[in-house]
Every structure is written in C-alpha cells, then in structure tokens.
Ligand binder design. Sequence first.
Ligand SMILES: Nc1ncnc2c1ncn2[C@@H]1O[C@H](COP(=O)(O)OP(=O)(O)O)[C@@H](O)[C@H]1O
Ligand SMILES: [Mg+2]
Length: 348
Amino acid sequence: MASNPFTLIFGQPPLEMIERSAQAEKIISDFCQERPSNAINLVTGIRGCGKTVFITQIAERLREKKEWIIVNLNPQRDLLPALAAKLHSDHTLVQWFQEAGINLQAFGIGIEIKGAPPIHDIEEALIRMLRSIQKHNKRLLVTIDEATNSRDMRIFASAYQIFLREQLPVFLLMTGLYHQIDRLRNAEGMTFLERAPRTVLSPLNFSAIVEKFLNTLKVNQETATRLAKATKGYSFAFQVIGYFCWEYPNQLDIALEKSRDYLYEFAYEKIWSELSAKDREVLAAAAQSESGEISHIREILDYSSNQFNPYRDRLIKAGVLNAPQPGIVKFALPWFDLFTLERTLRDQ
Ligand SMILES: Nc1ncnc2c1ncn2[C@@H]1O[C@H](COP(=O)(O)OP(=O)(O)O)[C@@H](O)[C@H]1O
Ligand SMILES: [Mg+2]
C-alpha cells in the first residue's frame, strides 16, 4: 500500500499542498522590485493555519533566484550574532567579507585579517557585511518564525531599522500569532513595525481542497465536498482529515471522529490555553448560540455592544471567529464550537 500523503506534523512542508499563490506572489514581487518600497512583511494567523510552511515556501522561491541570500533565524536566540555567524558560514560571502577587511574575531567568528582591526560592535559589523553584500548586487532575506515580543527580538528590530535607514538590501519576513506580533509592534521604539505590511493568511481555497480529496482519497464528489467543508479551509484540519480518511477508507464517521480528537489534542488545547478568561466566556456564549447572531450572544453574556466589540474584534483577528455577514459571528475552525462547550464544562 502506498504511504499516507498527508502529514500530522507542524511546520512540515506537506506533500499535499494547496497553494496560496496570490498572497505569496504579492510578497515576492514586493521584495523583488528594483526599488522596493516594502522590505518587510509580518505574516500572522492562528496556530496551524500554515505560517511556517508559507514563509518556508517563499524563502525557497527566492533562494532559486541568484541575487538572493536567505538566512533563517531562531527568535529564541541572540539574533544579531546569529545573523553574523550564519552569513559567515557561506564560502562566497566569507571571501567578500575578507576582501572588505571585515574582521569579526572579536565575536569568535572567522580568521584574523592582516591590517584590519577587529570590529567590536555587532551592529557595525553587520552594516559592513551588508554593504559588502550590496556591492555584489545581492539581497538578504532574513526569516524569523514565531516572533514574540522578547528582548532579543526588540534588539534585532531596532538594528534592522538602522539597516533600512542605511538603505542596505535586507528584507525581513516574520511570522507570529496575532497577539505576539501586536505586542512587539506596540513596544517602545517599534513604530516602524506599525507601518509594516501584514499578511493575514487566508483559509485554503475550497475547490482546491475538494480537488485534492478527490484525487488522493478516491472518494466521490459528494464526499469530497463534505470533507472539504469539514476542514473550513484550516490547513492543519486539511492534513488531519486527509490523513485519517486515508487510514480509514470507507469509514468516514470514524475518520472524522479521529480527526476531531486529533485537532482537539494537538491544536485546540494550545489555542485555548492562550485565550484569556473573558475570551473564553465570549466563545462559550457564541458556542451556545446556533445562529451566531451577535445580539443573541450579547444577550447570553449580558454585554452592551461597547463591551462586546473589543472581544469580537480580537477573536476575529486571532483567527478563532469570523464574520461571514454583518451582525453574525461563526467559529473559524472545525468543531471549535463543540470543543469550547466541552472545555467550558471541564473548566467549571
Ligand atoms: N498551503 C498548505 N496546504 C496544505 N497543507 C498545509 C499548507 N500550509 C500548511 N499546511 C499543513 O498545515 C499544518 C500546519 O502548518 P504550519 O505551517 O506548521 O502552521 P503554523 O506555522 O501557522 O502553525 C502542517 O501539517 C502543514 O503541513
Ligand atoms: Mg509555525
């Protein structure tokens, strides 16, 4: 038997992939412009919506172009020295840096260069490395997956701001959960991030999902459509449902039940743990309301619209709810309403 083409692992570029072409093209064409007006993009969306896969794909696409150098940084580390070290692991770049007399021995990187005194300031070192990259008509893309408002991130962002001011060819593609990116943007000195373009990842294309299920699972049109609806365009659910339908052919109900349990355990528990007590209360009321009418949800909560709106907005931005029409909210993730009800009972 062929092996299951779907994956249950986060961050793994899946075999069965639904392209987000429009959103990816927008970023790539922004970054590739002769005189780019946007050197930065913040990609947000709920856990499991596909942020890691999305930026990995963009990085791979740019890596194929000869003028791009790609560096992926870990946000949990000291970012500036890590960037210098990574640039120094490329043979060609090391040669350029040596020719430019950039001596990084003070950071324990590289070799001594005759007649070039060691640089002691990491920002200065990076500026000179970037100038050298610029001189060779290259561009640097830095990706940072799952950025948070940490001290390291803020240090990196303020240095990055200086690189931009110096008109150096350095681009930043960053992902994060909505509230994390928001905190970083609101931190002191991060105003330039406020103006930075954002990409809120859209749900996967419905007909593309139907097509994938038809082709991989050998189910009929009706079943493929039913399964596609069940995913709600949520990337992780697309993989999970595909996976279990592959494992349990002709046992749709079992496959869907297993999918639901899997989503609960490996995505929703984590998402729930990041919601405030008030957010959970609002979700519980929304889960009790069949229609999703805001007036009804407010009645359950006994909230005025002024009280309710900030929660609504935040839960929509976080990707838990969506607003299919004015006055209505729905759950954006499959079975999250049931999960909310069960979880609320358990918390009581
Ligand atoms: N465009 C896509 N098409 C199909 N599956 C995807 C797509 N993007 C992500 N996935 C799958 O969804 C899951 C979550 O993706 P990931 O990039 O880890 O999400 P995030 O980083 O937002 O938490 C993974 O199993 C991944 O393989
Ligand atoms: Mg991720």
